[in-house]
Write a protein that binds this ligand. Structure first.
Ligand SMILES: [Zn+2]
Length: 214
């Protein structure tokens, strides 16, 4: 596990997996809230993140970028925190929990207790004191959202960028048309750095590359 400060208030926790892929969990130290984007593979994965902010009394908002198992299994570590997602994400976690656990349960890190998001939205939600904007950006899945730090110009796009530099186009469980609209929306945004669920930290031009590859 590697902890990297990618901007002043943006910290990236990267977990190397035996299977060869990485998992990114992002922490944004806001003014009013601390935001944790995705919760990885379970309770043990969340320990370093909790440790990092153990002397920080600000309330935590946990964000699930989409319903996939490798982004939600640590939700149970945040009993007293708000967990935020798209409305469909909550439904899809509920519908797919058992099946995901049966198929991929060998990857659980510690414990994976089912905890559904308790604050959901459809299009957009904004935290003005923190300058954090969370937007519906379907593509990789029909419930995918992105988190924009407007102060430091860092966006987290969930799995809307593929897992490696060789595979920049993600697996599309959602509609391709929606994904193209989402890419065009990213291109209009003011950002410097793009974080995603499994790839390295990239720059905005990655979206042009992906559009060329589609
Ligand atoms: Zn995914």
């Amino acid at each position: 596990m590697q902890i990297k400060k990618i901007r002043n208030r943006n910290i990236l926790f990267t977990y190397r997996q035996p299977a060869g892929w990485d998992i990114n969990v992002q922490l944004i130290l806001g003014n009013r809230y601390n935001f944790i984007i995705d919760t990885g593979l379970g309770s043990l994965s969340m320990e370093p993140v909790k440790e990092y902010i153990k002397h920080d009394a600000k309330p935590i908002i946990v964000i699930n970028t989409h319903y996939h198992w490798d982004h939600i299994w640590g939700n149970g570590s945040f009993r007293d925190c708000t967990i935020l997602s798209h409305t469909r994400c909550r439904e899809m976690i509920e519908q797919n929990w058992e099946e995901m656990m049966q198929k991929y349960g060998q990857h659980v890190d510690g414990e994976a207790e089912k905890r559904l998001p308790d604050l959901t939205f459809e299009q957009e939600i904004y935290f003005p004191d923190d300058q954090i904007r969370i937007m519906f950006t379907p593509g990789h899945t029909a419930d995918s959202i992105s988190v924009m730090d407007e102060l430091e110009k860092v966006i987290h796009v969930g799995d809307n960028i593929g897992d490696t530099m060789e595979e920049l186009v993600p697996s599309l469980y959602g509609e391709k048309d929606d994904y193209i609209k989402t890419l065009l929306k990213y291109k209009d945004m003011d950002m410097d750095l793009c974080v995603s669920g499994h790839n390295t930290v990239l720059e905005k031009q990655v979206f042009n590359k992906i559009l060329d590859l589609l």
